[in-house]
Design a protein around this ligand. Structure first.
Ligand code: FES
Length: 125
């Protein structure tokens, strides 16, 4: 008999306190051999994660924290053509790629740390 399974894995991104409430930060966590360009937006004890890549031209929304353009807990803008994305789900609501979305990265916060949660290989047991 074949049973399929997937293993849930977490990778630490950083400290929750490193992200001011209502603001965003860019991180480069490693998953295996790959480094992720990860945008993390914080609302109190909840964090929203997105690949830092605009669906318009595939450019980063910003290349450093100081360049992030946002209104706390409401939206973040790409600083190339100023397209606006919703804070909580990355959906584009105004600008060059209305209707598209940032790629979400599932995050969880535990004991003051932010983690990426994902499934490793699905295999057979
Ligand atoms: S590259 Fe982001 S809006 Fe054009």
């Amino acid at each position: 008999m074949i049973n399929c399974f997937a293993t849930s894995v977490r990778t630490e991104v950083g400290s929750l306190n490193a992200i001011p409430d209502g603001a965003g930060r860019i991180f480069q966590p490693s998953i295996g051999q790959k480094s992720l360009n990860l945008l993390v937006l914080r609302s109190a004890d909840v964090c929203y994660g997105y690949i830092n890549r605009c669906p318009h031209f595939g450019m980063p929304l910003a290349t450093c924290d100081a360049q992030l353009l946002f209104e706390p807990n409401r939206w973040i803008k790409c600083n190339v053509h100023y397209t606006k994305f919703r804070w909580q789900d990355g959906f584009c609501v105004a600008g060059e790629c209305v209707g598209e979305s940032l790629i979400r990265v599932p995050l969880e916060v535990e004991n003051g740390k932010v983690f990426i949660k994902y499934c490793s290989n699905i295999g057979e047991q």
